[in-house]
Design a protein around this ligand. Structure first.
Ligand SMILES: C[S@@+](CC[C@H](N)C(=O)[O-])C[C@H]1O[C@@H](n2cnc3c(N)ncnc32)[C@H](O)[C@@H]1O
Length: 328
């Protein structure tokens, strides 16, 4: 029997979508040991692609589900259970790992709960992540979100996240460029404007806590569509953000007979003088997915676009991952 190669590091993929974190960190020698995602269609795409490379992840252990759905089933935040119970549940369900990865939906924290002097976890998905951090104490926390998380709810959401990480024993600095940063996919070889918030926190006192640095752009100044597709017919511009909505937006014909693209249009370009709607394959490569990443036949076209619009930009995650593993 072929002996399994020891991974360089292990990670968990929370709110996994179609597995952008998985793809990038697997390439760096990491092994994903736990995944959760509750959207049925994203789950199909995820399993379709990663069962081949990581069959262990999809083996049922001790009659537990192998691919967990809602995070709440793991953290029990909606059940009112005591800390002893939720801590035990998380420890039982999630194996040991090094890096916690999560691109989570951003929601406000309850001010009422805080005014009353208790941590009200209900309604915020960061509260679920916090419980997993407290129970499992990973070496590193790697989060991705929209840029607005920093200003969300009058900066209250971000302040609480930093405070909670600090209290859980992780080094975080409020200053940009230190523990958190905004990085744009177009600065990392992808022809799409996708600026996102990234946070990396190591355990206090651990190597990397204060030394970690975000990667420098691999294509400073941006990546144009014509450069990326190596074809002068494409616009000499960075592409627009691939959107979650899943429905394309209109392209108009000017009176003089020339095509022009409405500002809101994200999936349509003028290529070689003709209107061109991005194919799923083009969108996939624009987000950094390899050619052999594919969608199961049971996932509709609209779902594919939604999944790609929700995904992380692979190149950015890979470059941040490279910086993280220097300290593992
Ligand atoms: C921004 S997307 C993450 C995308 C992912 N990082 C990727 O690369 O494809 C957030 C995901 O969280 C999932 N989600 C939201 N609430 C959830 C919950 N309570 N439990 C599990 N998944 C949840 C959504 O279905 C969505 O796929």
């Amino acid at each position: 029997m072929k002996k399994k190669r020891r991974p360089k590091f292990t990670f968990i993929d929370l709110f996994a979508g179609i597995g952008g974190f998985h793809l990038a960190l697997q390439e760096l020698g990491g092994e994903c040991v736990f995944v959760n995602e509750f959207d049925e269609n994203a789950r199909k795409t995820y399993e379709h692609n990663f069962r081949k490379t990581n069959p262990e992840l999809f083996k049922s252990k001790k009659r537990e589900p192998y691919f967990w759905k809602s995070i709440k089933d793991i953290t029990l935040t909606d059940t009112g259970q005591s800390k002893t119970i939720w801590d035990k549940n998380i420890k039982r369900v999630i194996p040991k790992f090094d890096v916690l990865c999560a691109g989570f939906p951003c929601q406000p924290f309850s001010r009422i709960g805080q005014k009353r002097g208790f941590d009200d976890d209900r309604g915020t998905l960061f509260g679920d992540i916090e419980r997993i951090i407290l129970a499992k104490q990973p070496k590193v926390i790697f989060l991705e979100n929209v840029r607005n998380i920093v200003n969300h709810d009058n900066k209250h959401t971000f302040q609480i996240i930093l405070e909670k990480l600090d209290r859980a024993g992780y080094y975080v600095n409020e200053e940009r460029d230190d523990s958190w940063n905004f990085l744009n996919a177009s600065d990392f070889g992808l022809p799409t404007a996708r600026p996102r918030f990234y946070l990396v926190a190591f355990k206090k006192g651990a190597p990397g806590a204060k030394e970690f640095k975000f990667p420098k752009p691999t294509s400073p100044g941006g990546t144009t569509l014509c450069k990326f597709f190596k074809d002068k017919k494409w616009p000499n511009k960075i592409g627009r953000t691939i959107r979650v909505g899943g429905r394309g937006s209109p392209v108009y014909k000017k009176r003089n007979g020339e095509w022009f693209v409405d500002k809101r249009s994200w999936d349509t370009y003028i290529v070689g003088g003709e209107k061109h709607v991005l194919t799923v394959g083009e969108m996939k490569t624009m987000m950094g997915f390899p050619a052999d990443f594919d969608f199961p036949t049971t996932v509709t076209h609209t779902q594919m676009l939604k999944q790609l619009g929700n995904s992380v930009a692979i190149n950015v995650i890979r470059e941040i991952g490279r910086e993280i593993i220097k300290f593992l």
